[in-house]
Design a protein around this ligand. Structure first.
Ligand code: FES
Length: 162
């Protein structure tokens, strides 16, 4: 259940920052995303952001659909972004992808039935020196092997801190 009053309060707070339109919009959406369980921005929230920031709703959706960190559809609690760019690909990136798909029984763009994980493709995550690399929410994991990645996922499933 989304607390729309809280969403309005967040926007009121972010409005105090002296930021350009695009920056305030992204900053606000990030702050809101932290408060919404399924890692997405629902329509009613997008509308509040548009009204409170006086930014056209079409512009809000433009940002929501352009940046992969945002989504307008519910996603898992943990977003796994797998780098599929060449440097990661050539150091067994494909095996990492396979291991994740096997462990979670989902494909790219899908969410596990328990609502815990969503799997997404990403271009270079900027850590090619430790490829293959994935990102889970805000955390990066490099020098991965299929075993290591499965262990990370099992720890998260078991409620362990990673
Ligand atoms: S290519 Fe994968 S992190 Fe750069």
């Amino acid at each position: 259940m989304i607390d729309l009053k809280e969403i309005k309060e967040i926007v009121q707070e972010t409005k105090k920052e002296a930021l350009e339109e695009q920056d305030i919009l992204i900053y606000t959406l990030h702050k809101i995303l932290d408060k919404i369980e399924n890692n997405y921005i629902p329509d009613e929230v997008a509308k509040i952001v548009s009204e409170e920031l006086k930014i056209p709703l079409s512009k809000v959706y433009e940002v929501l659909t352009f940046y992969t960190m945002f989504s307008t559809k519910p996603r898992g609690k943990y977003i796994i972004r797998v780098c599929t760019s060449l440097p990661c690909h050539v150091v067994n990136g494909r095996e990492i992808i396979q291991a994740i798909k096997e462990e979670l029984k989902i494909d790219f763009g899908q969410t596990t039935n328990d609502g815990l994980f969503t799997l997404e493709e990403s271009s270079c995550l900027g850590l090619c020196g430790v490829s293959p690399v994935i990102m889970i929410n805000q955390d990066y994991f490099g020098d991965l092997t299929p075993e290591k990645v499965k262990e990370i996922l099992r720890k998260i499933k078991g409620g362990e801190k990673i």
